[in-house]
Design a protein around this ligand. Structure first.
Ligand code: ADP
Length: 350
């Protein structure tokens, strides 16, 4: 971008001045052109926005006259150095979650320079989120890895252990492997969800999806009672059936996990006004009021020790929310501590 900009701004450029201005005004980068006296001769809309000074107040001014802030200091220092060394120089500026890349390009013929400001705040935000995600994931993986390593070393160092102890230890290793497996699957699903291809979406029957989840869950938790209440069948939605089933399964499984046995879950499905409304009710332990606004956040758990024991890591509901939103739907929760929780989902009907 820098090269063409310099060529474009050079006196030899064939573009008309009015064309140049239209293009410069539409750039995502801030562009400030300075003459050999280091006075601003042009600043585009984005530059004026990024330095937070109206365009008319920029023209004819020197950078040091614009203000005392760090941004102006950095821009001025970069300009002085660029003019002195007659070479392209870069720097960066950050303050309160704002990140700018700063570039100074000398204009040899005019003896001036161009300053370019690139807003990298969104890029940094994504990097921060990614960093959090990796930190949390490695934190979550640390415990099962430590457990597996510890027990495996015990087996290695003490081959003569009594049979029942070996069984106990290998059970713990298998459980930790299962937990890791589940965690990695959830992490991968979340990463994949961002690139869900549109071709996977099709008309599918919500009742059939719930029945398939019900079958699967009853195999894993035979004592659970899962009732599906509906006024009619089928109820069609436009969905990626595999992914939507994963969301419903996560919610039903939570209902079982956070209830004392036998878990009682009721699913109600209604269709009205172009929308399908689903309620998944359990009679479990409930969720404290102060946690309700956080439970869809990645890695949030009400009781970390309890979730770990149950093989959870606070990822399930964040996956559910992302999936529902990918289907243009909404999800919310109401709960009464000690009496149970209800997860409410609205999806557009077909
Ligand atoms: P986890 O893998 O820990 O279950 P989730 O993202 O599925 O993670 O849920 C986040 C937290 O919300 C859980 O740790 C649990 O405390 C709470 N929670 C989720 N569903 C229920 C439920 N049906 N009843 C009670 N608490 C729930």
């Amino acid at each position: 971008m820098r090269k063409w900009l310099c060529k474009f701004l050079s006196p030899k450029s064939e573009s008309k001045d009015s064309d140049k201005e239209v293009i410069l005004e539409s750039l995502e980068e801030g562009v400030i052109s300075l003459n050999k006296e280091s006075e601003i001769i042009f600043a585009n809309y984005m530059a004026s926005k990024m330095v937070a000074i109206p365009k008319r107040e920029l023209n004819g001014k020197k950078l040091e006259a614009l203000g005392e802030g760090l941004l102006f200091k950095k821009l001025n220092a970069l300009l002085v150095e660029c003019l002195k060394r007659e070479t392209i120089l870069t720097d960066s500026f950050s303050k309160d979650k704002i990140y700018y890349d700063l570039i100074a390009v000398p204009q040899r013929e005019k003896k001036g320079a161009i300053l370019i400001l690139q807003d990298k705040s969104a890029h940094h935000k994504v990097m921060e989120v990614g960093k959090d995600f990796i930190t949390n994931a490695s934190h979550e993986l640390k415990t099962p890895i430590t457990i597996i390593k510890g027990f495996a070393e015990t087996l290695q160092d003490m081959p003569e252990l009594p049979r029942e102890m070996v069984v106990e230890i290998t059970n713990k290793i298998v459980k930790s492997c299962q937990r890791m497996d589940q965690l990695v699957k959830n992490l991968l699903t979340l990463a994949d969800l961002e690139n869900l291809p549109a071709v996977r979406f099709q008309e599918c029957d919500l009742i059939a999806l719930f029945e398939s989840c019900q079958d699967f869950l009853l195999t894993a938790h035979p004592s659970a009672r899962i009732a599906i209440e509906k006024k009619r069948s089928p109820i069609m939605v436009h969905a990626d059936p595999d992914i939507l089933e994963l969301a419903l399964l996560n919610l039903l499984e939570n209902g079982v996990k956070y209830s004392s046995s036998p878990a009682e879950i009721t699913v109600t499905i209604e269709e009205a006004g172009g929308k399908v409304k689903i309620a998944i009710r359990d009679k479990g332990i409930g969720i404290p009021q102060e946690s309700l606004e956080h439970i869809f956040t990645r890695f949030y758990t009400v009781d970390k020790a309890r979730s770990r024991r149950l093989g959870g890591a606070g990822l399930g509901l964040s996956i559910v929310k992302t999936i529902i939103e990918k289907h243009q739907g909404e999800i919310s929760v109401t709960s009464q501590l000690g009496s149970g929780s209800t997860f409410w989902i609205t999806l557009p009907s077909v």
